[in-house]
Design a binder for this molecule. Sequence first.
Ligand code: PHE
Length: 340
Amino acid sequence: MDNQFKLLQERLLEELAKVKTMNELHETKALFLGKKSPIQELFARMKDLSIEEKKTLGQKVNWFKNYVEEAIAKKAEALEQAQIIAQLESEAIDVSLAGIAFSLGNKHPLTKMTEEIEDIFIGMGYAIAEGPEVELDLYNFEMLNLPKGHPAREMQDSFYIDGNTLLRTHTSPVQVRTLLAAKQQPVKIICPGKVYRRDYDDATHSHQFMQIEGLVVDRGITMSDLKGTLTVLMQKMFGSSLEVRFRPSFFPFTEPSVEVDVTCFKCKGHGCSLCKNGGWIEVLGAGMVHPQVLKMSGYDPNEFQGFAFGIGIERLTMLRYGIDDIRHFYTDDLRFLKQF
Ligand code: PHE
């Protein structure tokens, strides 16, 4: 009898060594403990034995059952482990493989210019404001001292959405929005953004372009603050040897108004094709905020003064890099864009 168990034990170990899957394991278990297994046969034979024999056989059978169950459980655990390891191996990523290289793009020249100007003004304590591109006639014109029918509206031919709404023709409506929101507190902001005019597109005009508006309102602001600020801006952008000239001009929302020129950075003022032999290049419009504009937005012009300016970003970028056609900015030609 003992010999029989030994044989069974050996067979079990042999069978288990061959098992590779959970299914096979279940089959093996059935083979040794199931209905047709030798163990059941032994049980069946037990009724013919004496009590003493039954007892010893019963003990042996139980011992063997436990033995089989333990061996099966151990094997199940080993199979699970092996399966996890196999899965980990099959899902492993070879980090040493060469990857697919994506060529890195670069920022659009207009974005770069905008960010550069923003950095200069942030360094001087300005906040960055924003406003909508679909704007009320009220903010784009009326509250900037350009009432309906004012001839200066014609300088900025417009896309109207309806009688009261248009695509903003400049970033100046953000002046009004900022003043209304600040409720008689000092303000110091710049606002970059897109603007729209009903221009024919040619080498220097586009129906959509970008500006940066600047507005400072506080007590005791004078024209020299305006001059100093814009001189710093121009010298930071184009070099400190450059001179800045302020020429009288007209905007309905500033008084006095100026056009700002810088020494031509191509010929250093001697005269060339870029500056049309004048030695100067016009870069932006500016002025002292008109008292009427301050009043309309709730500020007392006897207490508050301010200055404002509007920079054409395309124009400045074209001057800086010697770009001869504004349309290069919008056609997304990589041969152009990759140069910046
Ligand atoms: N908004 C004016 C333009 O687009 C520029 C400007 C801004 C002038 C602020 C003076 C003050 O032409």
